[in-house]
Design a protein around this ligand. Structure first.
Ligand SMILES: Cc1cc2nc3c(=O)[nH]c(=O)nc-3n(C[C@H](O)[C@H](O)[C@H](O)COP(=O)(O)OP(=O)(O)OC[C@H]3O[C@@H](n4cnc5c(N)ncnc54)[C@H](O)[C@@H]3O)c2cc1C
Length: 415
């Protein structure tokens, strides 16, 4: 009898699992369920669409025919509302029931709303789906003054939309710099200068106490906790994700700000796997639990889950050093690994727009940020993968060109 694989979510994790399962088992029944109205698209590129730099067409990755050709059942506009693990069934908002032998939860997250007055007013956008990007583009094109909230990797995409759409914007940040958990003031200043050149003014030690709206309920200003008022007819908010796990209800599945999985993407419930942004996975490089919100990592986790679902065994472990790049400015930017972790660090500024920071935990390199020169990223990823004890080799790691053989000769592998 053929095995029935059900995948909830058609983001890159779910779609990659579907593809892997089909390749490994031509006879399996494969169903992909998504509550979005369109099949897999490139979430990374929707920012270029919102900036007005790219038409819709190239953003789509899979047409519905892609699924038909592979005999994968794709259910669009279908929201999963419950899982019955004993019966091996899932339930949808339309009352449909799907039986599974193996289930993959790859439902990612939904942008968090600011817990302040009028945070759902017209003209306030969050950024996750293609639909969000369409709304952002439309609002941005009509806007002269804008407000950005959320000093992280998605907030900067919203700032870049303002730059590209020639919006005069205030970027409200709670701390004294952009992405303060990964960048020092020296590194962040390079980004702040680039924002200013694009018409986006960073405002530090700020945030939103409430939004003001006009008589039609449309946003017209943000007021920060000190009472400063920033006018804007459009606001983009990116303060983090709430993981989409509510449909798991009282299933006895271990969660901890995401779904806990081992390195094989198995959850604590038999025959249920999870992959992508919403996992708290066992990282075999850190030898610790970790989380990662990036395209490459989600794709690999989906593929690993698919392999193990078909094998019904712990056939492949997830072992990955992720990276995330920003291409909005005249200089490149890349973060790798887990740049916000660590108990030790080192950094250096090489020129006006060239800077590097590396973070260590228990002696190992765990992540970093490269600005201006990305040429050493492979060296750093290799040092991470090999789990070398390098925290006391900072000078070697801050050399403009990192000699991995020299680092290896001086730094033993962790026990
Ligand atoms: C604007 C933007 C820019 C980005 N830029 C980069 C970048 O430059 N580099 C990088 O590495 N990463 C980037 N990312 C992050 C990257 O896109 C994500 O890490 C990745 O897409 C996560 O994939 P996923 O499959 O885990 O989740 P998602 O892509 O979120 O997919 C989950 C899917 O599940 C669906 N779903 C949720 N709940 C249910 C339910 N109950 N029933 C049915 N379906 C459900 C959702 O609608 C969604 O379609 C960016 C993200 C955004 C939004």
């Amino acid at each position: 009898m053929s095995t029935s694989h059900v995948i909830i979510g058609d983001g890159i994790a779910g779609a990659s699992a579907a593809e892997t399962i089909r390749e490994a088992d031509p006879d399996a029944n494969v169903t992909v369920i998504t509550d979005e109205g369109e099949a897999l698209y490139n979430r990374i590129l929707i920012k270029e669409f919102a900036k007005g730099k790219l038409p819709e067409a190239p953003i789509s990755i899979h047409k519905p025919e892609w699924y038909e050709e592979r005999d994968i059942d794709l259910e669009l506009n279908t929201h999963v509302t419950g899982v019955d693990a004993d019966a091996h069934e899932i339930h949808t908002h339309q009352g449909d029931v799907y039986e599974y032998d193996k289930l993959l939860v790859a439902t990612g997250g939904t942008p968090s709303q600011l817990p302040v007055e009028n945070s759902d007013a017209d003209g306030i956008d969050h950024f996750w789906t293609f639909q969000d990007a369409r709304s952002i583009k439309q609002h941005a094109e009509e806007c002269e003054k804008g407000i950005i909230v959320g000093a992280g990797l998605l907030g900067i995409d919203l700032a870049a939309v303002c730059g590209a759409q020639e919006i005069d914007a205030k970027y409200l940040m709670r701390g004294n710099r952009w992405w303060r958990y990964a960048l020092s003031e020296d590194g962040a200043e390079i980004i702040h200068d680039a924002m200013r050149e694009n018409g986006v003014e960073p405002v530090f030690e700020s945030g939103v106490d409430h939004f003001e709206v006009d008589d039609d309920g449309r946003v017209e200003a943000a007021v920060d906790p000190d009472g400063n008022r920033y006018e804007g007819t459009w606001a983009g908010v990116a303060i983090g994700l709430d993981f989409n796990t509510e449909f798991l209800g009282d299933l006895d599945l271990e969660e901890d700000d995401g779904i806990v999985v081992d390195e094989y993407m198995q959850t604590s419930v038999e025959d249920i796997y999870a992959a992508g942004d919403l996992t708290q996975y066992y990282d075999t490089i850190l030898n610790d639990r970790a989380q990662n919100g990036s395209w490459g990592s989600a794709k690999e986790q989906g593929s690993v889950a698919g392999t193990n679902m078909v094998a019904d065994a712990e056939e492949e472990a997830f072992r990955w050093v992720s990276s995330y790049s920003i291409t909005h400015f005249d200089f490149p930017f890349l973060s790798f690994g887990h740049p916000t972790r660590g108990d030790d660090e080192a950094e250096r500024k090489y020129s006006e727009n060239e800077w590097r920071r590396v973070a260590f935990e228990d002696g190992q390199l765990v992540g970093g940020v490269l600005i201006g020169d990305l040429s050493q990223q492979s060296a750093f990823k290799q040092i991470m993968r090999e789990e070398l004890q390098v925290a006391d080799k900072k000078e070697l790691l801050l050399e403009k060109e990192v000699d991995v053989e020299e680092v290896k000769a001086q730094a033993p592998q962790a026990e």
